[in-house]
Design a binder for this molecule. Structure first.
Ligand SMILES: Cc1cc2nc3c(=O)[nH]c(=O)nc-3n(C[C@H](O)[C@H](O)[C@H](O)COP(=O)(O)OP(=O)(O)OC[C@H]3O[C@@H](n4cnc5c(N)ncnc54)[C@H](O)[C@@H]3O)c2cc1C
Length: 444
């Protein structure tokens, strides 16, 4: 069956909305295993043209990873793996008619590329991820950048490079906010970004911006409302990361609640003001607003869709939700599965079996999250974390090169799911080779 063509009557139509860490792995697996064999017709609806694995966004922001080298083109991926890719943003759902509503796609110049469309489904999987949550804090939208998309991360990087070139070129003393960075939210994103920026700014300056003294002129502020950094991770990881950041002279402030942002300043509830030329909002998690009332599906206070252990939404057995946009019960533990790439990856794998069972009329199986631990990359300086599992008998503390390898293996698993072992190995080898002929950070 040609995946691009309209499916013959009677073919089971699977629509996946959102091609991120979970959705693209699922579309690729279902395309390879079912659509190519004519067992189902698979459509991925995604609002972007290319996929970039979000846990690496802070590296784009710092310039240590080039977006164009790591991005996966949806159109080519769909061609190679037997599914259909349709660009556009889901804006609504008609459960009675089993149709997803997608807005017209408009390009960067404001030209309309596609009309508003609807896609019919027999099984729908929603995988549209999450955003940061600014909790309505004034000034965030106007003055801070969030690291939610490659475009935002790339914009931050350009501003960083420009800020350094501007400071180097000017004859007057630096203004108080110049070369000052404020990162609001000390979860994994904020902490990893702080360490990555420390190294990247020093590398950038070393390429001839010799009027800047990084130790004296560049200041990184990491601001966290909670009592410690990495509040969602075990305390030992938090302590190790805090120690390293302080050794790097990153200004870590905990128990500091941000009340507003203005141009070049962060205002705290304590009355203090932190001058900053570059501000990153990396706090909180919220699923997209479109899920808040999606034709009666049940959602929670941060817009996540409530799902059963089978990953079916609570009010519609034909609609599943995976990844950050799903409030999935953590079977065997209290609470919900955390919004993490490893959860999205596991859910995507489980969904392949679920859909097969659904097509055969067999009962669905509950999904059980396996927490393999948490690793935090502190850029070139270190990686720290804990590994979990029955094989190692609970929790094992890791750091240094071994921890770095485990951290990288999470991305390798994603790459293998998208491109297979050989292509992943060849891509890794070619990146190793080109590293020696390119600047260590992106300079434009
Ligand atoms: C900077 C950063 C660092 C992180 N680091 C880690 C880490 O080290 N380890 C870890 O486990 N997790 C990490 N995470 C979390 C991890 O990235 C997410 O848990 C994971 O990406 C969730 O996968 P997902 O498929 O649910 O959503 P995503 O990967 O966010 O994908 C969602 C997709 O849906 C598309 N989309 C959104 N809305 C619509 C719509 N209405 N219509 C069509 N398409 C839509 C988006 O364009 C996107 O492609 C990090 C996140 C960030 C932002």
């Amino acid at each position: 069956m040609n995946p691009q063509a309209t499916p013959p009557p009677g073919t089971h139509r699977i629509v996946i909305v959102g091609g991120g860490a979970g959705g693209l792995e699922l579309a690729t697996a279902l395309g390879d295993r079912m659509a190519k064999r004519g067992r189902a017709h698979v459509t991925l609806v995604e609002r972007a043209r290319t996929h970039f694995w979000k846990p690496h966004l802070h590296e784009i922001a710092a310039g240590s990873v080039d977006l164009h080298v790591r991005a996966t083109d949806y159109l080519a991926q769909s061609f190679w793996h037997g599914f259909r890719y349709r660009i556009g943003e889901m804006v609504g759902l008609d459960r009675a008619r089993r149709e997803v509503h997608v807005a017209p796609f408009v390009d960067e110049d404001g030209d309309r590329v596609t009309m508003a469309r609807t896609f019919g489904y027999d099984t729908l999987v929603l995988a549209i991820g999450s955003y940061t949550n600014d909790f309505g804090t004034p000034g965030v939208a106007a003055h801070a950048i969030a690291l939610e998309t490659p475009i935002q991360a790339d914009r931050f990087h350009r501003r960083l490079v420009n800020a350094c070139i501007r400071a180097h070129a000017q004859d007057t003393p630096l203004r108080p906010e110049q070369l000052q960075v404020a990162i609001i939210g000390a979860g994994a994103t904020g902490v990893e970004l702080a360490a990555e920026l420390h190294k990247a700014t020093r590398t950038l300056v070393s390429y001839g911006l010799d009027r800047i003294d990084p130790e004296r002129d560049i200041k990184l502020n990491l601001i966290e409302a909670g009592p410690r950094i990495l509040p969602a991770l075990p305390e030992r990881i938090s302590r190790a990361a805090d120690k390293l950041l302080k050794e790097l002279d990153v200004h870590v402030r905990v128990g500091a609640r941000v009340t507003s942002l203005t141009e070049n300043a962060v205002h705290l509830a304590s009355g203090e003001t932190i001058a900053a030329e570059l501000m990153v909002w990396a706090a909180g998690v919220k699923a997209p607003d479109v899920l808040r009332d999606l034709d009666g599906l049940e959602s929670n206070s941060i817009n996540q869709l409530l799902v059963l252990p089978t990953l079916q939404t609570t009010r519609d057995e034909s609609i599943f939700a995976i990844g950050d946009c799903a409030a999935a019960p953590w079977v065997g533990q209290k609470g919900l599965v955390p919004p993490r790439a490893q959860a999205a990856h596991q859910q995507a794998s489980h969904m392949v079996g679920q859909i097969r069972r659904r097509l055969r009329g067999q009962p669905l199986e509950p999904w059980r999250y396996r927490d393999f631990g948490s690793l935090v990359s502190l850029g070139a300086y270190s990686t720290v974390g804990n590994l979990m599992g029955a094989l190692i008998g609970g929790s094992l503390w890791v750091e240094g090169i071994f921890a770095r390898m485990m951290y990288l293996s999470l991305y390798k698993m994603h790459e293998v799911a998208l491109h297979g072992i050989w292509k992943t190995a060849l891509g890794s080898a070619s990146r190793l080779l080109t590293r020696s002929t390119e600047p260590r950070i992106k300079l434009h």
